[in-house]
Write a protein that binds this ligand. Structure first.
Ligand code: BGC
Ligand code: NOJ
Length: 816
């Protein structure tokens, strides 16, 4: 057990158990993995949406409220004069017992007060657009209890931006209907929408409310709503203002008695036909059918079991058993859960992303897929095609797209010159996982071409990505950076002096022809190697040679202009001056170009790669991970942009930007440095932070985007949990790095890199329908290098375990 006073891991159930509600920050989980999602905190906070947190939000949430985490899935218990909530919030009455179990796709919150125990199990059934709150009330007091319960949710008017800002309109559009205590939220259904939201309870109700002002009161808060204080619902019908859903249940429980029922929050697409039974009376048939589906507890239980079974099945695709418990715990469960969340939501909806600001990121989604493709390859296939369709015919890409419409937009900027290269990583990862090369022949449009006027295959898109990079190089033969590369804040063409301007939108981006990026150069080398290997697999050796020619050209440019003496330069700015050089006063060394140039294979033979990583150790590494650069910018630099806008130690200005740490871990492992790689891995790993949780503050079960760096006022403090590329890259570090199980075109390549004190480890991996039980022994305390490989009793030359037929179980024994 750790010294974390707020909770602990329960590995046997794959849950994180939170034992007091006042965590250092709201600690989040996600419900749903298909089209329906519900971020949920340990106090029931959060909201629910269909596909897109901006365009189809069903319930409201208020970000950055006081206190944090306001609005959610609430239930009030009125027991005599005492009012409390099992989720602690919003009432915050002290509880006799509280426990929140965040699990895979569900959260169970159980609380007890004065002998009444309430358990609420929140989940979204597989492939359904409904959120269930299965609620059990137990009278443990030893005497009869007469309780009044009031549920509460606040509806959102679907388009979340408008909902949060345009009150002159929204206060007059709200409409509901109520039948059998079920609230039908039908705002805009009369006009352009053919969908609505329902909120009901499977138990007969003793009253309801739909009008927020009637339920809460104008001057009361969610902690003391008027109706709950009075113990009597108003049966109010909302006309405009703010529609809510609330049911009153009067429970009379004998000593020892319990009751179970379920609140149902459903999204219904009715369709355009027969929307109304009578003028203003909506056709509720589909809503009623949904209520009927979950009317019995047994059906709710079965739906819950379905969620659990599906997760167990997904996770069984890759399970590891190494000598390090933290690695196992994260790799087997939580790291994969986070990969699922990032794949589904990209950077859209978390406690730090409002769902209004950012949709699906082009570079983000390509990277997220790397940690997801082994879970549900079919979804990954569609995702690759969706992303590719937002590339333009020039080769540039929309930097984000909306999940509901799949249309790219430039709302958060454009002209990022790394975006297109990530498509090569995701596509090749998909083919290596599945063997499905037919994806390359799929015809996909270009986002700037009308309809199908100009199509190109996925393979054409990959070619275009390589070509665009080669054709858009600067004075040193290195790739132009455009608006920015992976580091959104290295804005070398931005020159923003206008305080109200977004750094991400300022400047000319792709039109500027001087500033160059060594990070893109390294990424290009990595991606072009993948692409050339793909051509070899496709038996197109001439194309492979052509692409390797581009690789050589890029390496030559890096050799000539990208080495600073002890590390790789980061960039050349718009004046042609070096960035990330010993010649700079601040920002002398950056992390990204070290990671990517090494992963791109540059300087491996002549020792520069190792030297670069030694420099990372000397200048960037400390107990909480590797910071992004060093020393921090203490002044704003017009020619560098947002990177120099952050106070030293935070975000892209010398924060530990967790996403780029695994690039270093993988680089270290490519050079055989397994001991250092594990030390580095643990320095950023949330599960290793439990003993310093009041410093760390973030969820100990998922990565945060950033941990404050050594130059910060609060070093070691995490921000922005869940939606970060750290998830995918760290999963690669664990599964393909340490454990070394690398999907390849014709089988699984086995190339582990481990700490020398690991005597042995095991991996169970499902791959193209077969199961591989892999044991790797390390009798001589090595770090890397397969000495023997035995597959089903037969010795194999090389390090590739051939792909076996679907259904087979393959026993693999290897030694280092
Ligand atoms: C942040 C970046 C982020 C970008 C997105 C910047 O303010 O520092 O991390 O990627 O905004 O638009
Ligand atoms: C977060 C963004 O989502 C990601 O795309 C970017 O690479 C990093 N910030 C670094 O700026």
């Amino acid at each position: 057990m750790s010294n974390n006073p707020y909770g602990h891991f329960d590995d046997s159930t794959r849950e994180y158990v939170i034992t007091r509600p006042d965590t250092p920050l709201p600690w989040l989980n996600y419900l749903g993995q298909d089209d329906f999602f519900g971020p949920i905190t340990n106090c029931g906070g959060g909201y629910t949406f269909y596909r897109d947190a901006k365009l189809r939000r069903l319930t409201r949430y208020r970000y950055n409220e006081i206190p944090y985490d306001n609005n959610g899935r609430y239930l009030y218990i009125k027991d005599g004069d005492t009012i409390w909530s099992p989720t602690w919030k919003p009432v915050r009455t002290p509880l006799d017992k509280y426990e929140c179990r965040h699990g895979m796709g569900y959260t169970v919150i159980t609380a007890e007060k004065d002998g009444v125990e309430v358990e609420m199990r929140f989940f979204i059934p597989n492939e359904e657009t409904v959120e269930l709150w299965q609620t059990t009330v137990r009278n443990k007091s030893g005497k009869k209890k007469d309780l009044k319960l009031f549920s509460f949710i606040e509806f959102c008017f679907y388009e979340a931006q408008n909902d949060a800002t345009n009150y002159q309109r929204t206060y007059s559009i709200g409409e509901v209907e109520v039948e059998d205590g079920i609230v039908y939220h039908k705002t805009e259904y009369r006009e352009r929408r053919d969908h609505y939201t329902i909120f009901g309870c499977t138990r007969p109700v003793d009253g309801f409310d739909t009008c927020r002002d009637a339920f809460v009161g104008i001057h009361n808060g969610l902690h003391d709503p008027k109706v709950v204080l009075a113990g009597q619902a108003n049966n109010s019908i909302a006309h405009g203002w703010n529609p809510i859903g609330s049911q009153q249940l009067n429970l009379s429980l004998e000593a020892g008695q319990e009751e179970q029922f379920t609140f149902v929050l459903g999204y219904i697409v009715h369709g355009t036909e027969n929307k109304f039974d009578a003028p203003f009376v909506m056709n509720k048939s589909k809503g009623k059918a949904l209520m009927a589906k979950y009317a019995n507890n047994a059906d709710v239980d079965a739906a819950f079991t379905g969620v659990q079974t599906r997760w167990e099945d997904l996770l069984s695709n890759c399970q590891i058993k190494t000598p390090n418990d933290i690695l196992n715990r994260m790799g087997n469960t939580w790291n994969q859960a986070q990969c699922m969340a990032t794949f589904n939501l990209s950077r859209s909806a978390s406690m730090f992303e409002t769902g209004i600001g950012r949709g699906m990121g082009y570079r983000d989604s390509n990277q997220d897929l790397l940690g997801f493709v082994h879970l549900v390859p079919e979804k990954a296939r569609q995702r690759v095609l969706d992303i590719a369709a937002t590339q333009m015919s020039s080769g540039l890409c929309f930097h984000q797209y909306q999940p509901l419409t799949k249309k790219g937009n430039a709302d958060i900027g454009g002209g990022f010159m790394d975006d297109h290269l990530w498509l090569i990583l995701s596509t090749t990862a998909y083919i290596k996982e599945t063997g499905d090369r037919s994806i390359l022949d799929e015809n996909i449009g270009y986002a700037d071409q009308a309809d199908d006027a100009k199509k190109g295959t996925l393979l054409d898109h990959l070619e275009l990505s390589i070509r665009y990079c080669m054709e858009n190089r600067g004075p040193h033969g290195l790739p132009l950076i455009g608006h920015a590369d992976w580091n959104d804040c290295l804005n070398l063409n931005c020159f923003s002096s206008e305080p109200n301007e977004s750094f991400q939108l300022a400047g000319h981006g792709a039109d500027d022809k001087i500033a160059e990026s060594l990070m893109i150069a390294g990424l290009f080398c990595y991606a072009s190697t993948l692409f050339a290997d793909l051509y070899e697999y496709l038996e197109r050796p001439e194309d492979a040679t052509r692409i390797r020619g581009s690789y050589d050209e890029m390496v030559a440019a890096v050799d000539a202009h990208g080495w600073d003496g002890d590390w790789f330069l980061r960039a050349y700015d718009a004046y042609g001056n070096p960035v990330g050089s010993h010649k700079n006063e601040e920002g002398k060394i950056y992390i990204e170009s070290q990671g990517w140039c090494v992963l791109g294979g540059i300087g491996v033979e002549d020792g520069r790669a190792r030297k670069a990583l030694d420099s990372v150790h000397e200048h960037l590494y400390f107990e909480h991970g590797c910071v992004l650069q060093q020393p921090p910018y203490t002044e704003y630099h017009l020619e560098l942009g947002e990177v120099s806008s952050y106070p030293p130690g935070y975000k892209e200005n010398v924060g530990v930007f967790c996403h780029n740490n695994p690039w270093i871990h993988l680089s270290l492992m490519s050079l055989g440095e397994g001991d250092r790689a594990l030390e580095y891995y643990l320095s950023v790993c949330p599960a290793a932070k439990e003993d310093i949780i009041d410093t760390y503050r973030g969820e100990p079960y998922v990565y945060s985007q950033m941990i404050a760096g050594k130059d910060a006022a609060t070093p070691g403090e995490a921000k922005n949990a869940w939606l970060t590329g750290t998830a995918a890259w760290t999963f690669l570090t664990v599964s393909q790095g340490f454990c070394g199980v690398k999907p390849d075109y014709n089988g699984l390549r086995l190339d582990p890199c481990v700490p020398s004190d690991w005597p042995e480890f095991e991996v169970s991996r499902k791959y193209r329908g077969a199961t591989y039980k892999i044991t790797v022994k390390n009798p001589n305390g090595n770090n890397k290098g397969i000495q023997s490989l035995i597959v089903d009793g037969k010795a194999i030359e090389g390090d590739v375990i051939p792909a076996a037929p679907a259904g087979a179980t393959v026993i693999v024994e290897a030694s280092l």
